[in-house]
Design a protein around this ligand. Sequence first.
Ligand SMILES: O=c1nc[nH]c2c1ncn2[C@H]1C[C@H](O)[C@@H](COP(=O)(O)OP(=O)(O)OP(=O)(O)O)O1
Ligand SMILES: [Mg+2]
Length: 197
Amino acid sequence: MKKIIIATKNKGKAKDFEALFGPLGYDVLTLHDVADDMDVEETGTTFEENALIKATALSERLQTMVIADDSGLEIDALDGRPGIYSARYAGEAKSDEANIDKVLEELVNVEELNRTARFVCAIAIASPNLESVTVRGTCEGIIAKERKGTNGFGYDPIFYVPSENKMMAELSAEEKGAISHRGNAIKKLSEHIAKLF
Ligand SMILES: O=c1nc[nH]c2c1ncn2[C@H]1C[C@H](O)[C@@H](COP(=O)(O)OP(=O)(O)OP(=O)(O)O)O1
Ligand SMILES: [Mg+2]
C-alpha cells in the first residue's frame, strides 16, 4: 500500500487524514509510527509557519516526503483567539475538555449572532528535493452554548456547522472531510500537486 506520513501526534487529526487519504489508497502513518520521540516546538506566528516547521523537521530526519497540519479555531468575539494557541488554550496539558470549558466561559454573555467562528487548517508538504508548499483551508461556523456529539476531536462538540445543520462532532469522519477546513486544505493541496505535472 502507498504510505503517507503526517508529522502529528494528534490521534483525532490522524483519523481525519485517514478518512481523506484512505479512499485514495494511502496508509496514513504518524509520528507515533515513525518518530515517537520527536517533539517539535511550534515557534511560528502563523498556522503556515508552524505547519512548515513540523513538516520540515520530520522530512529532514526521515529524508522523505512528509505532510504536517497546524490548525485551530478563530472566534470573532475573542478577536481571533484561540488561533494558533488552540491546543494549549487552557494550559500545557493540551486538554480538549479544558479548552472547550474555557471558550464557553469566555463566551457566556455573547449572543448567538456574535458567536461566529472558523476552523483554520494550514497543511505543509516538505520533501528533501522539492520546494515546500503550504495551503490553507477554512470552515465557517458558530460556537454553540453547550457540547453535542461524540465524533471528531478538539473543539468539534461546540462547533455548529450551518450548512449541515449539525455540530461538527455529529458528522462522520467522511461527512466532516467533505466540508471541513482540513478537507478543504487537502483539496487545495491536490490541485496544487496536479498543476506540477
Ligand atoms: O478538525 C478539528 N476539530 C476540532 N478541533 C480542531 C480541529 N482541527 C484543529 N482543532 C483544534 C485542536 C487543537 O486544539 C488545535 C490544533 O493544534 P495543533 O498544534 O495543530 O495540533 P496538535 O498540537 O493537537 O497536534 P500536532 O501539532 O502534533 O499535529 O486546534
Ligand atoms: Mg501542536
